[in-house]
Design a protein around this ligand. Structure first.
Ligand code: FAD
Length: 397
């Protein structure tokens, strides 16, 4: 897995308290402002880190030129699933589930539903991480399908059930985090991140000012590699587009809770993932595997003649074959940006160099509460916590 960690962390300190201060005693300059920690990006990860830093009493400012949650963290729904190939990532996910409940308590909102996740085409070895981390799960007989996932048609083979998981309410989550971090978000784009020649902290350039921070966290989604390159961190991130068509659950199944879904069996002609969209009566699917993302053009748009329409057609055909309880006519399609590392769709990385921590990868939404805590610790102690080193080192290559 591609996580690179290298030393030379900045040790400068400053005496700022809250917000962005104009200069330090004795070194005041109208051009530079000093803060302790700057977080770049108000997606779910940047907001989670900002919240965790605020709770540690840190002077933190989160920069984003867009409204929070307008990047990859946009939309209504994500899957929270505990199962991963790496037992270390399973542990992080299980810890994250506990922290999700804490976010729910603080916000007073449901953020992860109790729908559970059902997997088809998974064997005992796929549940290794769940077993060694004592995460509740079981293999159910095919005949139990109607109780576990009423919209699903008959299947051959056992179903793996991960009950302590469900559909993330993505928009509620962004709203909750925006509330937790109120007053710390600056509507400003950061153009560059560099280590200044005098070695005193890390410098951010915006259109209006130069900011010095003791530590900078880059959680800027697709822009993370470009910004991190300014401090010598090289991130091999591939950005591409992915179709997520959504469908209407048929009336007779609306009273039943439908779980999140991962089918790698290929029994219905495709490998797919899916998730209910909260309580909207809709269900979203996407393709899994190689070739299911479409390269974007120079403007980040779907290029003409791309395979995107064919992907939607393939998903609809899958729904028609596998899901009699769901109408296979799509009612909408969300085109999403995927940011994948060479390690695959569950791989993520945290890099640290010169007073900067950068984080990126894919499928990070479910891990946001635990990554927020760990990356806040990385910024405070200038060291990536061991759990993150293990989880990023053992993700499948
Ligand atoms: C189709 C799809 C399905 C997914 N399914 C799941 C799932 O089921 N489960 C799951 O856990 N995850 C899932 N994910 C992944 C998950 O949504 C992302 O990993 C997560 O939202 C990434 O959050 P982020 O905060 O890192 O990035 P983003 O949400 O992209 O946030 C980055 C922010 O940085 C800001 N920014 C960028 N450049 C600058 C700059 N120069 N200055 C200031 N601000 C800047 C942007 O405006 C943006 O708001 C899915 C993603 C997609 C696209």
């Amino acid at each position: 897995m591609s996580a690179a960690f290298s030393g030379s962390s900045s040790t400068s300190t400053n005496g700022t308290t809250n917000g962005v201060n104009a200069g330090r005693a004795g070194t005041a300059t109208p051009l530079r402002h000093y803060i302790d920690v700057a977080v770049i990006g108000a997606g779910v990860i940047g907001l989670a880190v900002t919240d965790a830093l605020i709770r540690r009493g840190v002077d933190v400012v989160c920069f984003d030129h867009r409204k929070p949650g307008q990047g990859q963290s946009g939309g209504l729904s994500r899957t929270f699933r505990t199962r991963h190939d790496s037992p270390h990532v399973v542990k992080l996910a299980a810890d994250s589930r506990v922290l999700w409940r804490e976010w729910e308590r603080r916000s007073g909102k449901t953020l992860v539903g109790d729908e559970g996740t059902v997997y088809l085409g998974f064997e005992e070895e796929d549940a290794h991480g769940l077993r060694v981390n004592d995460v509740p799960h079981r293999f159910a007989a095919p005949a139990e399908r109607a109780q576990l996932f009423s919209a699903l048609g008959p299947v051959e083979g056992r179903l793996l059930h991960d009950p302590d998981s469900g559909a993330i309410r993505a928009r509620n989550t962004i709203d909750a985090l925006t509330g937790f971090t109120a007053g710390r978000i600056r509507p400003t784009e950061v153009h560059t991140v560099t280590v200044p020649a005098d070695g005193d902290g890390v410098e951010l350039q915006t259109a209006d000012e130069i900011i010095r921070a003791r530590h900078v966290v880059i959680a800027a989604g697709t822009n993370t590699p470009r910004l991190a390159a300014g401090v010598g961190i090289d991130i091999p991130l591939n950005c591409a587009l992915h179709a997520r068509p959504h469908y209407r659950i048929r009336n007779e199944h609306l009273a039943n809770s439908q779980p999140c879904w991962v089918d790698k069996s290929g029994a219905f002609g495709e490998t797919v993932y899916g998730s209910p969209i909260g309580t909207t009566g809709r269900y979203v699917f996407g393709l899994i595997g190689t070739g299911v993302d479409v390269p974007m053009d120079g403007n980040g748009a779907v290029p003409p003649g791309s395979a995107m329409e064919d992907h939607v057609r393939r998903v609809s055909e899958y729904v028609r074959r596998a899901m009699p309880g769901i109408d296979p006519e799509p009612v909408g399609v969300r085109v999403c940006v995927m940011t994948k590392l060479p390690g695959g769709s569950d791989a993520f990385g945290v890099w640290q160099n010169g007073g900067v921590t950068a984080v990126t990868g894919h499928n990070l939404f479910k891990l946001a509460p635990v990554l927020g805590e760990k990356i806040a610790d990385a910024a405070v102690h200038e060291r990536v916590p061991a759990e993150i080193v293990e989880a990023t080192a053992t993700a499948p290559a």
